[in-house]
Design a protein around this ligand. Structure first.
Ligand SMILES: [Zn+2]
Length: 239
């Protein structure tokens, strides 16, 4: 291929890389932020069953304590019952015991349903923990990749800029000016490959004669539609 065209192709690669890298540099902190937010809201969501489980667990402990206190009360009242002098007082104490026993019964029924609910929740919590573990791994890996990218991006940009400066030194000034002008008008792409008669920049067909010429001529040719400098590239040939 023509030497000057080869230089332009390499220059185009540098320019495109630099555009990509600088937009990536701008976007990476936003992406990291988004990843954090998504993970945090996922975390909040998946902790719901665990929160419910913990609440129920402490309700269970409370209920057990209530029963303990009721039992103690009942024992004491029964002891006092032996010392009672009059019938009225005796009846009142029996009633007291009755009330205590019936609320103990209610609490025991409640405990049974709490235990059933805890059983169901513990299965869900276990599943959630597994899902959370996997998602956390994925999140941490993605985050690490992003951080690595952000750490190396400045060095990458410097590398490509250096390459770019070296290349520009070797391209003739008028050609460089032409390339810059076309590039500016065409979303940053001044040099483009053509394969099977199609310009890969504007995706329009190249006339057959021009396509033939492109594969043979030493002249620099431009796409009749988008004006980009063209080069022939066999896309089926391994690079
Ligand atoms: Zn074109």
């Amino acid at each position: 291929m023509k030497e000057n065209l080869l230089l332009l192709i390499k220059l185009q690669e540098c320019d495109s890389q630099l555009v990509n890298l600088s937009s990536k540099k701008k976007k990476l902190p936003e992406d990291t932020d988004k990843l954090d937010k998504e993970f945090n809201s996922f975390k909040e969501g998946i902790e719901k069953n665990k929160t419910k489980y913990d609440e129920l667990k402490s309700r269970h402990t409370e209920s057990e304590n209530k029963i303990k206190r009721l039992n103690e009360g009942i024992v004491k009242t029964k002891e006092r019952l032996l010392e009672v002098k009059n019938n009225k007082e005796y009846q009142a104490m029996l009633k007291e015991i009755d009330i205590a026993e019936s609320s103990r019964g209610n609490i025991e029924t409640e405990i049974i349903s709490i235990l059933e609910e805890l059983d169901k929740l513990s299965v869900l919590v276990k599943k959630d923990e597994e899902i959370f573990k996997q998602s956390k791994n994925k999140y941490e890996q993605e985050k690490k990749t992003m951080e690595n990218d952000l750490n190396t991006i400045d060095a990458d940009i410097l590398d490509w800029e250096k390459k770019r400066i070296d290349l520009r030194k070797n391209v003739a000034e008028d050609l460089l000016a032409k390339y810059e002008k076309i590039k500016k008008r065409n979303q940053g792409i001044g040099v483009i490959s053509v394969w099977k008669s199609v310009c890969n920049g504007c995706h329009m067909n190249i006339p057959p004669q021009l396509y033939n010429e492109l594969q043979r001529s030493e002249e620099l040719l431009s796409c009749p539609n988008c004006d980009r400098i063209m080069y022939f590239q066999d896309m089926e040939k391994p690079a």
